[in-house]
Design a protein around this ligand. Structure first.
Ligand code: ADP
Ligand code: MG
Length: 199
């Protein structure tokens, strides 16, 4: 997955992200109802609607600045635990690409590390990181897009058997087992949407 704004448009990317979040908002909130407070889909839709509403201004920017603008918008609008975390993901991606243009897999790895640092969390705790780290690994190994998307969905599915150690779901302890983590599911959906617009 090598982004290159000569071959895809930031506007197309924004539209794809916002469309998948809208299409799956109810599903994400239902997953969050099982082990959280039922707002993950609503939170994500509010955030990505706000990004889509600003698509003209954001897509006029160079890629690194556009990613930072998306991150800032998500921090301001998503709310919950996931808002600052997804905001950090996009902000850090933009920051890393501004520092090391063209190093997409390195930027993704550092951005996922930034999410972990922000969330004081790590892989295996039944969060979005359980998807983001395997995806960063697959991107780092230059896997084809279809394989990266498959890794993302399998990793989200695998959170079902885990016990939550971070986030609201951790309050349920053992009772969090048996349900897919909503943030892991939304991460897999975002990865699929990104893969769908990249060449
Ligand atoms: P809230 O839990 O505040 O209602 P959301 O429902 O929008 O926020 O998001 C919940 C998701 O956020 C979880 O499913 C999980 O993937 C992710 N999450 C929560 N806390 C953390 C954390 N400390 N590190 C990484 N991800 C987290
Ligand atoms: Mg919630």
């Amino acid at each position: 997955m090598t982004p290159d704004t000569d071959t895809f448009s930031i506007r197309t990317l924004i539209e794809a992200l916002s469309a998948t979040v809208t299409a799956h908002a109810e599903e994400l909130s239902a997953l969050d109802s099982a082990i959280g407070d039922g707002d993950h889909g609503v939170n994500m839709k509010r955030g990505f609607d706000a990004v889509a509403a600003d698509a003209d201004a954001i897509s006029a920017k160079p890629l690194a600045d556009a990613l930072k603008a998306i991150g800032t918008k998500l921090v301001m609008t998503v709310g919950g635990a996931s808002g600052p975390l997804y905001g950090t993901l996009f902000l850090a991606l933009g920051k890393e690409l501004a520092t090391s243009p063209g190093d997409y897999s390195g930027a993704l790895r550092k951005a996922v590390d930034a999410v972990a640092s922000r969330g004081k969390s790590e892989i295996g705790q039944k969060t979005m990181l359980d998807v983001l780290y395997p995806v960063a690994d697959a991107v780092g190994a230059a896997q084809p897009k279809a394989a990266i998307v498959a890794v993302a969905h399998a990793a989200a599915e695998a959170t079902r058997d885990k016990r939550a150690i971070r986030g609201r779901a951790s309050f349920l302890g053992e009772r969090s087992i048996g349900h897919i983590d909503p943030g892991a599911r939304s991460s897999a959906l975002l990865v699929e949407a990104v893969a769908g617009v990249l060449p």
